[in-house]
Design a protein around this ligand. Sequence first.
Ligand SMILES: Nc1ncnc2c1ncn2[C@@H]1O[C@H](COP(=O)(O)OP(=O)(O)OP(=O)(O)O)[C@@H](O)[C@H]1O
Ligand SMILES: [Mg+2]
Length: 516
Amino acid sequence: MSLLKRLGGAPQPSDGGAAAAPPSAPPPPENGALRSGGGITAPPPPPPEAMPRSAPVEQRAPQPAQGGGLSAALGLSAPSGGDVSMGATDQRVLELSLWIVDRIQGSMGNQTELKRTPESERLLQDRFTNYYRQSGINLSDSQVKKLYEMVTDELFGFGPIEPLLRDEANSEVMVNGPNTVYIEQKGKVILTPVRFANDDHVLKVIDRIIRPLGRRIDRKWPMVDARLPDGSRVNAIIPPCAIDGPTITIRKFSKKKLEVADLIKFGSMTEQMAEFLRACVVSRLNIVVSGGTGSGKTTLLNVLSNFIPEEERIVTIEDSAELKLGQDHVVRLEAKPAEVDGSGRVSINDLVINSLRMRPERVVIGECRGGETMAMLQAMNTGHDGSLTTLHANTPRDSCSRMETMAMMAGMDMPLKVIREQVASAIDLIVQQTRLEDGQRKVSYVTEVQGMEGDIIVLQDIFVLEMKGKTPEGRILTELKPTGTRPRFTSRLEAHGFKLPASVFGADVGNQRKPW
Ligand SMILES: Nc1ncnc2c1ncn2[C@@H]1O[C@H](COP(=O)(O)OP(=O)(O)OP(=O)(O)O)[C@@H](O)[C@H]1O
Ligand SMILES: [Mg+2]
């Protein structure tokens, strides 16, 4: 039976002392809240003891106004015959939903974690009906439905952001305190009308995310990384470090990982470039994917890793497992945060060192952020070639400096020149990924690391992204072009059977190209 039918149907047994009156009972005129609202006839006002006495959310109990009932206190009096304007009263409907949630949770005793099953849904519907009636608030059909969804999202999911998480079109959900929630869609960041009731409400959602994982967050250690059950990556940071309120950032796990064909279709890389990169991966070049935050590094690393031949043993090392490899012989390792007492942390660096004892034929490191860079460079320089990783940097040159700085974080007493030489001899190729202003993600450079000349690492671009202008709609037009330079490692590709035609490198693009 539908919820609305249930609400309009036979009187439900009351469990809060509220009068369960037949739905046709006329609303008493003195209660301004109880007017007809779009098809559901209002129940009579609950007796005073049915009114909320405990706060649904701390310090935010919707207080009953004298004689006005909860509805008046919440300002939810429906204009007769019409819907309550959600635009004007969103916050108050939200508070009503939390009040109902609070009561439902109260009625469940200690068992506050609900799993979505047909039984629990039925139970929830009954209790919702009951408490909605007790509230004395009269909403339209559509609003009751919305209210019910808000209550279920609160009890089964992650509250106000649950619909955003469900929407496949959203790739990122960002909560900057209770009143500001952004999403990312097709590379564009958009402000949503979604709101939390207050800071405590955001904190409750954070708690719901991390509690099942045995993690905690508090003023002493106010940040945490976690993963939702569907694999989405979550970061939460709270005051005092988050100045404007508890902040949640969720990179949604996309069920369908982008594949090389998708990247070509989106114009993120060309077919020739893909062919070239496949040759580089199969030929065991050490490759770094470099890029800014959210530029598509992990996605590209995933695509490149999927080029690794099936018969090779791959060890992946990540902070939060995001890679999805198609090969069978993959060992997946994930770093482990410290326990509550600060002990027991297993870092990416620990895992890189451990992986070398696992007879890896390929080591794929999700992201280098610190001292593990040194372990990776040393592994690459001591026979573990064909390794892949990503790092945060804005240009291939910048990427080399970042590696030097991060390698120094390992705390080894090594002169900078030696570290630089390690970078130059370990890394063969840097693939730069860029998020353009209009949200498009593109490979912007494919650059060979040729070695050292004096104190400087010599870089040679093989492909570059050229800006061509903008459409009237604001879409940036670009072209990915080979520079006309054939890389020095061509012989390695050939040794693995890749005789790439000169046209891949732009040899036939015109006389201005360099001959080789
Ligand atoms: N070439 C692309 N075209 C369109 N969307 C893309 C492309 N590459 C990645 N994306 C999307 O962009 C978002 C960010 O991608 P990804 O996680 O790979 O970025 P990242 O650089 O690793 O981010 P972070 O710095 O947070 O680790 C994802 O939603 C992903 O699906
Ligand atoms: Mg990433």
